[in-house]
Write a protein that binds this ligand. Structure first.
Ligand SMILES: Cc1cc2nc3c(=O)[nH]c(=O)nc-3n(C[C@H](O)[C@H](O)[C@H](O)COP(=O)(O)O)c2cc1C
Length: 376
């Protein structure tokens, strides 16, 4: 006999008192549609996110905290008044549909190029080249050797993260997520291979994690820390300029343990991007590992479908599951999961191209059914 599949993903969830309609989260995804002078979110951005407002929680694609944080073209940022106004269109549109939306705050660090930094060198913990491909106005280009941040640069960056969070709440976001994952600035501080500093921001596990807690300590006094999340990718290895080392597990155990003291909205973790099963220094099952350490809300991501998501929620290893690419092609992903409908196919060609194509023109089930009726 076929047993009824659990539907825990559709159950409401209280995120520190913020009522989420379900446990399905839209993962942060850069879509590079802000091809305007102001680098501001537009009506098109608002339409894209509002189409996906049935997600329990939307996390925007990374939004740059300052001009120095930029590492990809056409990304809507959050450091200017015009950008705050631009994002208000999105938060209003999502709220009107009963959705909840956080902004992901992003600094790319070494993962950048002078072509997107007004000719300046990228800022990073150490003067190293991550050897990654950077999306510039002339297409993808190899990264360069970054400029090592001075203590003054670090202070300024912390101030920029602070201002960006204030701006995000001014723009009507329900919360913010610090992008501490995928090889960008914060992860460059955490990892030995990208951080060769000898001051208080390098060397020991505590020192390499320091910048994250400096930012959060600033946040405590200016925003509601229970509306702040942190994204981490502890098993990233050999990609995006990051390698696992003999202290990787210690760094992330330290970070996650200490995050227990902050009363955050959540931690948002990624399962390994690559097969790390033969690496004794890698965490193999990220959610399982950190569930034992973290006492607050845990969001897990990467490669989930409806069945796997329900399974991990039922097993208790995560509280919420985020979906990335399925949300690009399926604005009504939640509805499709509910009725077990097939998913639209993702068009990779239009992931980062300007305009509505491949952004706001993926059909919902209703639209598909209606167009089929018309054809009949
Ligand atoms: C087009 C695209 C853009 C992305 N941009 C971001 C981003 O801005 N910030 C981030 O933390 N992750 C980003 N990611 C990673 C996703 O959040 C997610 O981790 C990844 O897609 C794996 O989830 P999935 O298997 O459900 O797609 C991006 C992924 C895609 C496909």
């Amino acid at each position: 006999m076929k047993t009824k599949e659990s539907t825990l993903i559709f159950e409401p969830y209280s995120l520190n008192g913020l009522a989420l309609n379900n446990r399905i989260v839209m993962a942060p995804m850069t879509r590079s549609r802000a091809d305007n002078q102001a680098h501001a979110a537009t009506e098109l951005t608002a339409l894209y996110y509002s189409q996906r407002a049935t997600a329990g929680l939307i996390i925007t694609g990374g939004t740059f905290i300052s001009p120095e944080a930029v590492g990809v073209i056409n990304v809507p940022a959050i450091y200017s008044d015009e950008q705050i106004i631009g994002w208000k269109l999105t938060t209003d549109a999502v709220h009107k549909k009963g959705g909840t939306i956080f902004a992901q705050l992003w600094h790319t660090g070494a993962y950048s190029h002078p072509d997107v930094l007004g000719g300046n060198l990228p800022l990073a913990p150490s003067a190293l080249n991550p050897h990654v491909q950077v999306f510039t106005p002339d297409g993808f280009k190899e990264s360069v050797t970054a400029k090592e941040m001075t203590l003054e640069d670090i202070k300024q960056t912390i101030a920029d993260f602070k201002k960006a969070a204030i701006n995000a709440f001014d723009a009507g976001f329900d919360g913010v997520e610090l992008h501490g994952a995928n090889g960008y600035l914060l992860q460059q501080f955490f990892s030995k291979n990208s951080n060769q500093r000898t001051d208080e921001y390098g060397g020991s596990v505590e020192n390499r994690a320091r910048i994250l807690f400096d930012i959060l300590d600033e946040y405590k006094s200016i925003v509601d820390i229970s509306r702040v999340g942190v994204r981490l990718n502890p098993s990233l290895d050999g990609l995006m300029g990051i390698s696992i080392d003999d202290e990787t597990i210690a760094v992330y155990n330290y970070i996650v343990n200490r995050l227990n003291d902050y009363g955050l909205a959540y931690i948002h973790l990624l399962e390994p991007f690559t097969d790390v099963s033969s690496n004794p220094n890698a965490i193999q099952e990220v959610a399982k590992h950190f569930r034992k350490i973290y006492k607050g809300t845990l969001i897990i991501n990467r490669g989930f479908n409806k069945t796997d998501a329900n399974k991990i929620l039922n097993e208790g290893d995560a509280d919420l599951v985020s979906f990335g690419s399925p949300f690009i092609a399926n604005p009504d992903l939640v509805e499709r999961f509910k009725v077990d409908a097939p998913l639209n196919e993702l068009d990779r060609e239009t992931l980062y191209t300007p305009g509505a194509k491949g952004y706001t023109d993926y059909p919902t089930l209703d639209e598909l059914n209606n167009s089929n009726n018309v054809l009949k």
